[in-house]
Write a protein that binds this ligand. Structure first.
Ligand code: NAD
Length: 360
């Protein structure tokens, strides 16, 4: 039976990078006889313009019915001033929560060809291959109560809540251990257990889950130390598992070790490995419409989709190989360009990956 893929390009550079990723996906579909069918819809600012909300019910229904979702990015200055509850990012949080996509996989891999593009010395980052597993549907981004209240002295006070239940921690810990088991067998759980009650429970449950994974070496690290270690000696990490807020920040930090956030894909999975796949970066309004955005993070998100939702490891490997070959040819978008390389735009980069994949 054919597999349904829902494509949500979003805003800003979203449609530009998505066009290139779809070319790669269509070629993979044909080359490997994958029997994928595609449908397109709007999310974020584009959905606000069309429906008045960042995620229409009909779009959510289509996402539920699809086997996987490929998303670009949402947001932009046009929608920055509107009511907080219907801002573009709310659409993203809603689709993640409604589809139960609690497990966010964010690899930070340094392609050897891009060692010069990293902000750290090549010897610190050469060969870097980290996977950050971030909890995505709980914690402070979803906790209630939240809001702004007036204190007795008339001053306003803003507050958020950081809740984690045992089952939420247990299921993300399992994702972390499962990933570590098929990689370097090292899992570092990042928390703030010296201060936060939620982190104390986090640590206790991770320790319990560890009993089922005697082959994986578990360590714990406070988030402030993890931020420091990521720039001091990032290669000490194999898999990091952490909560929603810490994972958001640490994965952006890890992205810079690899040269550009424009290189980093992500997968968000539910308990059955149904997933939504998207680049780690945002809609980059500063370069939207210029045709210079790096499409590789979105193309690599396609490869993650084939690997994690459809167990098509060979086709996923081929896309990653095609990206590597294009980098070997010296082609670079502006964000990863260095002296001696050929600067190309979004479309040329996409075309080069398609050509490399066709020839594999
Ligand atoms: P951003 O990731 O959009 O951009 C940060 C910087 O990285 C910018 O200089 C941008 O030009 C550059 N950049 C990002 N992607 C790139 C690419 N593919 N190629 C080349 N350069 C790239 O983050 P921001 O500026 O903080 O946010 C912009 C908008 O995106 C905001 O509205 C924000 O809310 C939204 N956002 C959306 C997502 C998402 O959809 N998942 C994630 C983060 C931010």
């Amino acid at each position: 039976m054919s597999k349904q893929i829902l494509i949500l390009p979003g805003d800003g550079i979203g449609p530009e990078i998505m066009a290139e990723a779809v070319k790669v996906l269509e070629l993979a579909n044909e080359k490997y006889s994958l029997d994928f069918e595609f449908s397109h819809d709007v999310i974020g600012g584009a959905a606000i313009d069309k429906h008045g909300v960042p995620l229409a019910d009909e779009t959510l229904d289509r996402a539920r019915a699809a086997d996987a979702v490929l998303l670009g990015a949402v947001g932009g200055p046009k929608w920055d001033k509107i009511d907080r509850d219907i801002r573009p990012e709310r659409g993203l949080l809603k689709i993640r929560a409604q589809l139960g996509l609690f497990g966010n996989l964010r690899p930070a891999i340094l392609y050897p060809q891009l060692a010069d593009a990293s902000s750290l010395k090549p010897e610190i980052v050469a060969g870097l291959d980290i996977l950050i597993v971030r909890e995505l549907t709980g914690g402070i981004y979803f906790g209630s109560p939240r809001g702004v209240r007036e204190l007795e002295n008339g001053e306003r006070q803003a507050y958020d809540t950081l809740p984690y239940s045992e089952s939420e921690i247990r299921r993300i810990a399992r994702v972390g251990f499962d990933m570590a088991r098929v990689r370097g067998k090292k899992l570092c759980s990042v928390d703030k257990a010296n201060v936060l009650a939620s982190s104390q429970l986090w640590r206790e449950i991770v320790e319990q889950v560890a009993l089922d994974y005697p082959d994986v070496e578990l360590s714990h690290m406070y988030v402030d130390n993890a931020a420091m270690q990521l720039v001091r000696a990032p290669k000490q990490f194999d898999v990091i598992v952490t909560d929603n807020l810490f994972g958001d920040i640490l994965s952006d930090q890890a992205s810079m070790l690899t040269g550009s956030i424009g290189m980093l894909p992500s997968a968000s999975l539910d308990t059955n490995n149904k997933g939504m796949y998207e680049p780690c970066h945002g809609s980059a309004p500063d370069i939207a419409g210029l045709g210079i955005a790096n499409p590789l993070a979105t193309i690599l998100s396609v490869s993650m989709m084939l690997r994690y939702s459809f167990s098509l490891g060979d086709a996923a490997d081929a896309i990653e190989k095609a990206v590597s070959l294009v980098l070997d040819q010296g082609l670079r978008t502006g964000d990863i360009w260095s002296q001696g390389c050929t600067k190309v735009g979004t479309q040329e980069m996409g075309d080069a990956v398609v050509a490399a994949l066709r020839n594999l």
